[in-house]
Each structure stands twice: as structure tokens, then as C-alpha cells.
Design a protein around this ligand. Structure first.
Ligand SMILES: Cc1cc2nc3c(=O)[nH]c(=O)nc-3n(C[C@H](O)[C@H](O)[C@H](O)COP(=O)(O)OP(=O)(O)OC[C@H]3O[C@@H](n4cnc5c(N)ncnc54)[C@H](O)[C@@H]3O)c2cc1C
Length: 388
């Protein structure tokens, strides 16, 4: 991975700066670079880096990659095809057939996307934190921090794709709404081999009274584990690994020896929404713009599809900046992401009631085709021409 020195990006006005090299930011930087924009992508982490995620790319995410000509990322990195979802609640299970989808660890997927952005001409600055930006008439000044040194860089447009818990400064501060009260937190880890009772090509989803846990084989026959948990309950259990072990037990998924000793990572509160996703020469994208919960496994699809949709608007803004571009992004984001999040929001509240979940699993056992409309909607292929 070719990272550039911070000094080399100073002393000129760039077309665009993209903050955050997750799926949203890396895809957007790549699309902008392909359109001839001078763009740099900045991330506070060293890459490859792990990220708490279920690592399942649904059919919609896969079609967004294909639309961008990046389907080879999955083929070349040993992504595991997904055939079914095994939903388990209190010892009862239902198996739902999936139309398509792949599991690939985030350290491999995100690194591959960043490499595509670099190959398209974007400059990548890892281990560099963006601390905020200020507007001047025709540019924004972005503050970057690396190795305790501060730098300021002038850009025509800033894209904030820095994920959950993103921060903005100055006038933009108010755009990022706080998480909703009682929002769950995320947690995740990776097991280096597949334990007994878990097989490739199936997503195992165990639901309990205070959270749910998803387990899936990723490349190299490793098991990715991710969970959404009530923060208070995590404290009662004595920490993330103990809460995860309790969820496996409650749902009756096969126990995993040594799960408590694995290096678990947590996330900030999950459910949040920015009050607006644009400001003068600034656009917000991906989890930074809003997130609900991971149960339907759509976050990367939302991130990738909205990056593809935002790229032409940013290119237009670079040619001739007009405030209407902000309104256009608000509308497009609403149609592409906010409307699609409605179903996930309803499901997130049902998941707070294990009794209802049990009834749901019973229904799906008796009538597996009852899941079809939900599976179809979550996996609907991207059709940018006809979207939404
Ligand atoms: C438990 C859990 C399970 C999930 N399971 C799935 C799933 O199976 N399928 C799915 O599609 N989605 C899933 N998601 C959602 C998915 O992980 C996110 O929606 C997706 O990562 C959003 O991408 P993003 O690019 O917006 O942000 P991120 O992937 O979070 O990337 C943001 C990047 O910004 C960087 N950054 C942050 N602050 C700064 C800063 N100030 N300066 C520079 N860089 C910064 C971070 O280091 C990071 O690399 C899950 C989420 C959770 C919590």
C-alpha cells in the first residue's frame, strides 16, 4: 500500500479531501480520482486495520461493487459465498435461504478498496487524524494531525466518512446529532479457526434478551464474530467477551472455547442520525451520516451505494459550486439510505422483545417463505439509473 508523506500534500489547493478510509470514504475517493479530481484520503488508523463488523456483504453491496467495476475484490481475496442465515432464539431456529452475498474480513476488504482508490490516483494518508475544517469563501481549510504535528490543507470540498462517533468542529458541529437514548453498542473479534458447530457459507445469528450476535466464516476459514449489545448489560456481565458468551448460551448456539480470552473491540453507541448531511463545501457519508443497527447487515451497502451516488455531485460542485448541490445530496441521501433504513429501524425495536422474536422464529420455521419479502428488499440490487 503506497501511503504519501504529509508534507507532499501541503502547499496547494486540492479538489477534495475524504476523511475516513472505510467502504464509504475509499469508494468515494476512488470514484473522484477516476473523474480526474485531485483527492486525498485520510485515516487515523494504520492499514490494514480491523473493524467491528459482521463482514457480510449483501447482494446490494455486491452489486454496488460490480457497478463500480470492483467485483474482482471479492474473487481475488477469497470472499466466502453466503447461502443461508441460521436464526436462533432460545433454542429454536429457522433457516433462511439467501439470494447471494459474501463474507470477507474488514481488514482485507477495506485495504483492497483503499488500494483501488490509490490505483485510481487518490493520495492516501494513514495514521493521520482530521481534526476539523473551517470555511473560507471558495475553499475549506482542513486541519490534520500526525505524530503530534498539525498541518492545514486547503481543499475545495470535504467529505466526512469517518464512521460512528464522528466529530465536526465550528459551525458544522451541530450537524452530527447525538446517538438516540438506549442505543446499543457494537462489539467484535475474530477467531483464527472455525470452531466445532460452525460451518462456512452460513450466517449464524443468535438473539437474546439484551442483544444479538452474528458469526460467519470469512476468508482463511476464520470465524468473524460481531454483536450488538445493551451497554448496561455489558457492564453487568463484566465486559464484552462475557456478554458475548452469555448470548451464545442464551440463544443455544454452540459454545466457543476461549471466547473470553479473544481480543474484543467495542464501538460507540450505534443508532444516530445527522440532522443534515451537507453544509458549505462539506458532505457527510456512510455511518457518519447515520446508522441504525447491524441486524439486517446493510451498513456497507448503504456506505457503498451512497458513495457512488455522491461522487457525481461532488464533481459537479468542483466544476461550479452552487448551494443547490447540498439540497440535491440531502434528497438523494434520503432516498438511497434513510428510506431503506426504515425496515431496519422497525426490526431493531422488535429485537427488544425476545417473546416476539420467538414467535417470529416459529412463524419462519412453519412458513419459511414469509422471510422472502424482507430478504428481497434488503438485497435489492443497485440500479443507479432507476434509483430509487
Ligand atoms: C456489530 C456490527 C456488525 C455489523 N455487521 C455488518 C454486516 O454484516 N454487513 C454490513 O454491511 N454492515 C455491517 N455493519 C455496519 C458496517 O460496519 C458499517 O456500516 C460500515 O463500516 C460503514 O462504513 P463507513 O465507511 O461509513 O465507516 P467505517 O467503516 O467505520 O470507516 C470509518 C473510518 O474513518 C476513520 N476515522 C474516524 N475518525 C477519523 C478522523 N478524525 N480522522 C481520520 N480518520 C478517521 C476510522 O479509522 C475508519 O477507518 C456492522 C456494524 C456493527 C457495529
Amino acid at each position: 500500500m503506497n501511503a504519501v508523506a504529509l508534507e507532499t500534500v501541503q502547499g496547494r489547493v486540492w479538489d477534495a479531501a475524504v476523511i475516513g478510509a472505510g467502504p464509504a470514504g475509499a469508494m468515494l475517493a476512488r470514484q473522484l480520482a477516476r473523474q480526474g479530481a485531485s483527492v486525498f484520503l485520510v485515516d487515523k488508523a494504520a492499514f490494514p486495520r480491523r473493524k467491528v463488523c459482521g463482514c457480510c456483504l449483501n447482494q446490494r453491496a455486491v452489486s454496488a461493487l460490480e457497478e463500480a467495476g470492483l467485483g474482482h475484490i471479492l474473487r481475488q481475496n477469497g470472499a466466502v459465498p453466503l447461502r443461508s442465515l441460521n436464526l436462533v432464539v432460545a433454542g429454536q431456529n429457522a433457516v433462511i435461504t439467501l439470494p447471494s452475498g459474501y463474507a470477507l474480513s474488514r481488514e482485507v476488504f477495506d485495504t483492497a478498496l483503499v488500494n483501488e482508490a490509490i490505483a485510481a490516483g487518490a493520495s492516501f494518508l494513514p495514521q493521520t487524524r482530521a481534526d476539523g475544517s473551517a470555511t473560507q469563501e471558495n475553499v475549506r481549510t482542513l486541519r490534520l494531525r500526525r505524530d503530534n504535528a498539525d498541518f492545514e490543507i486547503a481543499v475545495q470540498a470535504v467529505v466526512v466518512a469517518s464512521g460512528l462517533g464522528s466529530k465536526l468542529s465550528g459551525h458544522d458541529e451541530d450537524l452530527l446529532a447525538p446517538p438516540t437514548p438506549h442505543s446499543r453498542i457494537g462489539a467484535g473479534t475474530i477467531l483464527e479457526s472455525l470452531p466445532d458447530g460452525y460451518h462456512s457459507e452460513t450466517i449464524y445469528m443468535g438473539c437474546g434478551s439484551r442483544g444479538y450476535i452474528g458469526l460467519v466464516a470469512v476468508e482463511g476459514r476464520r470465524l468473524n464474530i460481531a454483536a450488538a449489545l445493551d451497554a448496561e448489560w455489558v457492564k453487568e456481565c463484566g465486559g464484552l467477551p462475557f456478554a458475548a458468551a452469555r448470548l451464545l448460551q442464551e440463544s443455544s448456539l454452540p459454545p466457543i472455547t476461549g471466547i473470553e480470552e479473544l481480543p474484543w473491540k467495542g464501538t460507540p453507541a450505534l443508532t444516530r442520525r445527522a440532522s443534515r448531511v451537507s453544509s458549505h463545501r462539506l458532505f457527510i457519508l456512510g455511518d457518519a451520516a447515520g446508522y441504525i443497527e447491524p441486524f439486517t447487515g446493510e451498513g456497507m451497502a448503504w456506505a457503498l451505494t451512497s458513495a457512488l451516488a455522491l461522487a457525481p455531485l461532488v464533481v459537479r460542485a468542483l466544476e461550479d459550486y452552487r448551494p443547490e448541490v447540498e439540497t440535491d445530496w440531502e434528497g438523494l441521501y434520503h432516498q438511497l439510505v434513510v428510506k431503506r433504513q426504515g425496515f431496519c429501524r422497525i426490526l431493531a425495536s422488535l429485537l427488544r422483545h425476545p417473546g416476539w422474536m420467538k414467535q417470529g422464529v416459529r412463524l419462519l420455521r412453519a412458513l419459511p417463505q414469509a422471510a422472502a419479502p424482507m430478504v428481497r428488499s434488503v438485497n435489492a440490487r443497485l440500479q443507479l439509473q432507476g434509483e430509487p
